[in-house]
Write a protein that binds this ligand. Structure first.
Ligand SMILES: Nc1ncnc2c1ncn2[C@@H]1O[C@H](COP(=O)(O)OP(=O)(O)OP(=O)(O)O)[C@@H](O)[C@H]1O
Ligand SMILES: [Mg+2]
Length: 155
């Protein structure tokens, strides 16, 4: 299942993220793709809000820390692979995040050539010509199809 949405502002992107966050379950894996500044971290702020993460636990682009952890309904692990090279990514030991008790959200997931989780929810953000406009494509395979349907029913 594939869903395409248009967002016209960062707050709209956060609100879409929040609705996604509300339907997530323990163990879910999300992969975000899109160019620099497209709005991946902005979307994750909303997803974290939907998962009950207090906004005081500021969600930002992780810089030198591999994984940020936030406490919501369940733990939320936020990883950003942008600054890692191919070897560092291949050596990543992220099983505990991917198959743990929380929700794992990975920015720049396309840099991972081998993704340990077979299924994940793919969220892509693209710039559109109008300022502040973004195309958001959400693609769900396997068990995520049901999740995306419940999101789509409530949008
Ligand atoms: N519709 C929109 N959705 C999301 N962000 C938007 C939108 N319109 C404008 N913006 C702005 O674009 C920027 C997106 O930055 P953000 O850090 O979320 O991008 P990113 O994809 O995570 O970038 P990076 O690859 O550097 O991590 C923010 O400054 C945000 O305010
Ligand atoms: Mg980012």
């Amino acid at each position: 299942m594939k869903l395409k949405l248009i967002s016209n502002s960062s707050s709209q992107t956060r609100n879409i993220g929040e609705k996604i966050g509300k339907v997530l379950n323990k163990g879910d894996v999300l992969g975000l793709t899109g160019n620099l500044g497209a709005g991946k971290t902005t979307m994750i702020q909303g997803i974290a809000r939907g998962l009950g993460v207090d906004s005081k636990q500021y969600v930002r682009s992780p810089s030198f820390v591999l994984a940020h952890q936030y406490e919501g309904k369940f733990p939320v692990y936020h990883m950003d692979l942008y600054r890692l090279n191919t070897k560092e990514i291949a050596d990543l030991d992220c099983e505990e995040y991917l198959f743990g008790e929380g929700v794992c959200i990975i920015e720049w997931i396309e840099k991972m050539h081998k993704i340990p989780a077979r299924e994940w929810l793919h969220i892509n953000l693209d710039f559109l010509p109008a300022e502040n406009a973004r195309k958001i494509t959400i693609e769900a395979k396997g068990k995520y199809g049901k999740l995306l349907k419940s999101f789509a029913d409530n949008i």
